[in-house]
Design a protein around this ligand. Structure first.
Ligand SMILES: [Zn+2]
Length: 224
């Protein structure tokens, strides 16, 4: 019997880093690898953060390029002519950083990579409690995608979402319990791409609240 292996979608952010340590805890470090997507995101720093975090955690990291999102346009994460809006779009109720279908595409490519490597477990840091309410982060979406991937690849692929129902505070507590704090100092969260973090964008505010509620100092801001 082969040991179960897991592939973690590692963005270089707080949530996916917590998931990396969750996977190491569950599957063992030798059975975990990571994939990072270069999808033309405005903050190139995310990719180098992911690499550094994977290196610290002693897991391999593959960067896969997907340059199609920027060609689609219309979202502030990949369209460099658009500014990140602080308010939600009135029509959609979503922030303009929403990249339609991003997680579906990421997880499909991750599943294809996993298939090639005889890996059956995918781990992603999506959460329903995410303030943005991205519809591709919902549990129902992920369950439906898992069913499609299983059918479409004839593989017993399993998508794990350990943070799905956790508050940001609980995610911080989980990261502490898993020993992920040294890696947390290398993560990137700020939507404005600033290092040290700007402290005022929605992503920075949410991150700061999670650490404050958990009563934990954020190693990222402490390191500055
Ligand atoms: Zn910020």
């Amino acid at each position: 019997m082969t040991m179960d292996k897991a592939l973690v979608v590692l963005s270089g952010g707080q949530d996916s880093t917590t998931c990396l340590y969750w996977a190491i805890d569950r599957f063992g470090v030798d059975n975990v690898s990571s994939v990072t997507f270069d999808y033309g995101q405005r903050h190139r720093i995310e990719i180098s953060c992911a690499r550094q975090i994977a290196e610290l955690a002693n897991v391999s990291n593959v960067v896969l390029p997907i340059d199609t999102f920027a060609a689609l346009g219309g979202d502030a994460l990949t369209d460099l002519d658009m500014a990140v809006a602080s308010d939600l779009d009135e029509a959609s109720g979503l922030p303009n950083t929403f990249v339609p279908g991003r997680n579906l595409i990421f997880l499909s490519f991750a599943a294809a990579l996993a298939y090639q490597r005889a890996i059956t477990h995918l781990v992603t840091g999506v959460a329903e409690t995410d303030y943005s309410g991205y519809p591709d982060c919902r549990e129902e979406t992920l369950q439906s995608l898992q069913a499609s991937l299983r059918l479409g690849m004839e593989s017993p692929i399993q998508i794990h979402t350990p943070l799905m129902h956790l508050s940001k505070m609980a995610t911080v507590q989980l990261a502490v319990a898993l020993g992920a704090m040294p890696a947390m100092a290398m993560t990137h969260t700020c939507y404005n791409g600033m290092r040290p973090p700007c402290g005022t964008c929605p992503a920075c505010v949410l991150r700061a609240k999670g650490f404050k509620d958990a009563g934990v100092d954020d190693p990222l801001t402490l390191a500055q």
